[in-house]
Design a protein around this ligand. Structure first.
Ligand SMILES: [Zn+2]
Length: 147
């Protein structure tokens, strides 16, 4: 395969390699960011199903989810997604979920969700988006050099 670049479409990267890259991104985060919890488990999977997600969400997939109960990150990549999803965007998604994995369970549980109008305005979400945007270029360069 050609050398990776941050703008390559992740749908053009073999699945086994996407999984390997994903693991490396989580390892990078664990080695370079402030850590308060154990390294999260990671599951990257591909599905034709859209599950409970609304069409609005899956159209823009892939999607990430962090389980505070299991300390596990789930990245779902939808086979039906036609649009280009760059490697850099995908790496940002992993960084985003890693940041959630280091936000304390207490903070998550105690948060008063009733005061939040929009999910994206939630301060834990704002924090995850900030790191995602700040770090995705740097981590993309690291990943492209490594693979
Ligand atoms: Zn989030």
């Amino acid at each position: 395969m050609n050398k990776l670049s941050p703008i390559i479409n992740i749908h053009d990267i073999p699945k086994y390699k996407v999984r390997k890259i994903s693991k490396d991104v989580i390892d990078w985060c664990y080695d370079n960011l402030e850590i308060i919890k154990d390294k999260p488990d990671l599951l990257v999977y591909y599905t034709k199903n859209t599950g409970a997600l609304k069409p609005d969400n899956w159209k823009h997939g892939p999607a990430g989810l962090y389980s505070y109960e299991k300390n596990k990150i789930y990245i779902t990549t939808f086979a039906r997604v036609k649009r280009k999803v760059t490697l850099k965007y995908f790496i940002g998604l992993l960084i985003h979920e890693f940041i959630h994995s280091q936000q304390s369970n207490e903070r998550h549980e105690e948060y008063d969700w009733s005061t939040v109008k929009e999910y994206r305005d939630h301060d834990m979400e704002v924090e995850a988006v900030k790191y995602e945007r700040e770090l995705r270029s740097e981590v993309s360069k690291y990943i492209c050099k490594k693979h």
